[in-house]
Design a protein. Structure first.
Length: 76
């Protein structure tokens, strides 16, 4: 949860229905990372994220030493 900047004291009290798209993606990413996968497969991980959240996600993904397969339409 620390890796994706989620405060458990705040988010444990909130319903998933009341989270933004970016928050939902961060919670889902935290859940996947907790399983300590060897391969991470992501389909459009930065879609519907604001520029700041997109930069954070890209930086976060670059810190992982595990194998990553990322599908995106972002040409940059």
């Amino acid at each position: 949860m620390e890796a994706v900047k989620i405060n458990p004291r705040i988010y444990s009290l909130r319903s998933a229905d009341n989270l933004s798209e970016g928050e939902k993606k961060r919670v889902a990413t935290a859940g996947v990372l907790a399983m300590q996968p060897q391969v991470l497969v992501l389909d459009e991980p930065s879609s519907q994220l604001d520029p700041c959240s997109r930069r954070y996600l890209i930086g976060l993904l670059q810190t992982f030493s595990l194998t990553q397969l990322i599908a995106t339409h972002d040409l940059n």
